[in-house]
Design a binder for this molecule. Structure first.
Ligand SMILES: [Zn+2]
Length: 234
């Protein structure tokens, strides 16, 4: 009940006081964007999508089969990218994920590896966490990407059935053991035979993406590509 009232108050504040740039928090965003002009030009874009082999694909190769993988920004601590991710995740700026996804989806639409995507699926949060936060930031990013690509989104294509422990200070194998079996594919008939774009907010070790991918790849005739908003150092 409290959470509901809090969201209502936040929505009301947004109406009364239009929000500032989701990255710098200083300037006003431009139309149809959550970012100001400066941040639109100065945030550290990776441009990974222009290369079939890139640091993202190298981090994932050999772990599961995929067509293409990219991240929009480099995640660097104490920079506007970190503030952007923080505002999206913890301060209700879900519309920023939607806008960024929409713009990036339009850029990806004509590129090799992305033209054949049929359906977008976000990495899910555990239902308890989603209830606490009021939304899944990756689902908002997925929605934007789907709009930009001109394909449907299946927001509940994967569900998280088990909470995972903190991944830091674990080995790669421990992280994988910790996440495998945490995700279950829903409505398999909607997914089988499709090229799926799996979406998450930040790629760090890739353990979560790997666990989601391995669940999806158990279905027959699936192709998979990966997009995240940012990539952090492993
Ligand atoms: Zn800005």
């Amino acid at each position: 009940m409290f959470a509901l009232a809090q969201h209502y108050v936040e929505d009301l504040l947004d109406l009364l006081y239009p929000q500032l740039c989701a990255a710098c928090g200083i300037h006003h965003p431009t139309r149809d964007s959550a970012l100001c002009v400066t941040c639109q030009f100065e945030l550290p874009r990776t441009d990974f999508h222009l290369f079939s082999e890139n640091p993202m694909t190298r981090r994932l190769t050999g772990r599961f089969a995929f067509e293409a993988a990219t991240a929009m920004f480099y995640f660097v601590k104490d920079t506007p990218v970190q503030y952007l991710l923080h505002r999206i995740k913890y301060q209700g700026r879900k519309e920023a994920a939607l806008h960024l996804g929409r713009h990036y989806g339009r850029e990806l639409k004509e590129l090799p590896g992305y033209t054949t995507i049929d359906l977008v699926i976000p990495v899910p949060l555990h239902p308890t966490r989603e209830h606490q936060r009021g939304y899944n930031q990756s689902a908002w990013l997925a929605r934007g990407l789907a709009e930009g690509l001109g394909v449907p989104v299946h927001e509940r294509g994967l569900s998280r059935v088990r909470k995972t422990e903190t991944q830091t200070h674990k080995s790669r194998q421990q992280r994988l053991d910790n996440t495998v079996g945490a995700f279950v594919v829903q409505e398999q008939r909607r997914i089988t035979g499709k090229h799926i774009l799996l979406v998450d907010d930040v790629m760090t070790t890739g353990a979560t993406l790997e666990a989601c991918a391995l669940s999806l790849l158990q279905l027959t005739d699936i192709k998979l590509s990966i997009v995240t908003l940012a990539i952090a150092q492993d």
